[in-house]
Ligand binder design. Structure first.
Ligand code: TRH
Length: 407
């Protein structure tokens, strides 16, 4: 059984630990790996996994050994026993110097992997699996890039995910709503999950939902989404107590387990997701989704956003050959009154309105949303096709395990 050490620092938010936790479990469940997960902020991990003790230096959850990663990492005495066969530094975190020195002393050097952030940009194909020698020790690390093409490391996708999703029927959905204290759905409502960063476009969207003809039931994630709605409405939103205004009902959710968060995404008509891991889960959910990308300085994130739009909508347009599929990276010129746009363009415009409110070519949120929702069924059809296409590619844990085996 191969031993893996995964090192994770929590920068902010939950994506880093969310991804590492998912990867650790998948390696253990599907690739017979013995995994230690080193994490610097157990408090963040405990949000995601309440059974984690924030005090324990060593603990086991499921089959994973969780280690607190202290800032004063101790000397490693026995390199062969204490350094794993495979060392993953997640998202360019810096391994402890004493641990790296021990990696070099090991009888057989470990496979050292730098797991990078996800991006749909074209350069990822060329950089995946590039190596870099250590300046001091006889060690070499390999850059492993998750991504959307067979030339990348792929996406996290558990072996049973698609079959679990397919087996999630009406009865299972009703049971899920009961378990999270949310009323069963009605046929005439639009059910929306909302997981986002603070977003200047949100008040306009809320107003659009209030004024619209369709009942919209929003399930807001804890943190930024719920807090911004509470500030906007002037009313605290404890989980379970709905806020009703016009056609809009908002209900705050507690933090769900990762499997339950998947069920939420499977059960809603539209999912607002953010960051990296929920963004990937929304694609596996095959429901229309809105992505708020993690904001970076100088608008770098908007380039990444467009790279994904171009890659994913481009495939959809070719497959369906329906209108509105121009692949330009800008949102395009403003529409004339009454002009109809296709589903791909509607997606692009709405994602831009959500991610770049007030941008030079950005449409207002309310009208962008109306076009998006008018194209909902076509967007959903495309989402299924996109997920099926991604499903043909090997997943990230599998690619990592095979890479290690080759070594
Ligand atoms: O929390 P995030 O914004 O994380 C981000 C991104 O990873 C970003 O790339 C990184 O640079 C930044 O953190 C530091 O969004 P993300 O990636 O979707 O992670 C959220 C995790 O929380 C994901 O694993 C899903 C999980 N989740 C639940 O398990 N239950 C819930 O109820 C919710 C709302 C989320």
């Amino acid at each position: 059984m191969r031993r893996w050490d995964i090192f994770c620092t929590v920068v902010d938010n939950l994506g880093d630990i969310g991804t590492c936790w998912r990867l650790a479990r998948q390696l253990a469940d599907e690739h017979e790996a013995r995994v230690r997960l080193w994490i610097d902020k157990l408090e963040s991990f405990a949000c995601l996994c309440p059974s984690v003790s924030t005090a324990a230096a060593v603990q086991h959850v499921d089959s994973i050994e969780i280690r607190r990663w202290p800032s004063d990492f101790p000397a490693v005495d026995d390199a062969d026993a204490d350094v794993a066969d495979v060392v993953v530094e997640a998202f360019a975190c810096e391994l402890p110097a004493t641990y790296v020195a021990a990696m070099a002393r090991r009888g057989v050097a470990p496979v050292w992997i730098n797991l990078e952030y996800l991006s749909a940009e074209g350069w990822v194909d060329d950089c995946h699996r590039l190596t870099s020698p250590h300046p001091r020790w006889p060690l070499k690390k390999t850059f492993f890039f998750p991504g959307f093409t067979p030339k990348t490391g792929g996406l996290l996708r558990e072996r049973d995910l698609r079959s679990d999703r397919a087996a999630f029927d009406h009865a299972a959905q009703a049971e899920f709503w009961r378990s999270v204290n949310v009323a069963p759905r009605t046929d005439d409502e639009l059910r929306v999950s909302l997981f986002c960063y603070d977003n200047p476009a949100l008040p306009e969207l809320l107003q659009c939902w209030i004024d619209g003809a369709t009942a919209v039931h929003v399930l807001a994630a804890p943190g930024a989404a719920t807090e911004q709605i509470a500030r906007w409405s002037g009313i605290a939103l404890p989980p379970g107590t709905p806020l009703c205004r016009g056609s809009l009902t908002v209900q705050a959710l507690p933090f769900l387990s990762q499997p339950n968060y998947d069920r939420l995404l499977w059960s809603c008509d539209v999912n607002f997701v953010r960051g990296e891991d929920s963004f990937v889960r929304a694609q596996w959910a095959e429901q229309p989704f809105m992505w708020q990308i993690y904001p970076q300085t100088e608008g770098t994130h908007l380039i990444k956003l467009d790279a994904f739009l171009t890659r994913s909508l481009g495939e959809g347009d070719r497959a369906f050959n329906v209108g509105g599929g121009q692949l330009a990276s800008s949102a395009g010129p403003p529409l004339e009154d009454g002009e109809k746009i296709g589903w791909a363009d509607a997606t692009k415009r709405c994602w831009h309105a959500w991610n770049d409110p007030g941008g030079e070519h950005t449409e207002n949120m309310a009208s962008a949303w109306q076009s998006f929702i008018a194209n909902r069924l076509a967007i959903q059809r495309h989402g299924k096709l996109w997920a099926n296409q991604l499903d043909q590619q090997s997943d990230l844990a599998n690619n990592l395990a095979h890479f290690v085996q080759e070594k």
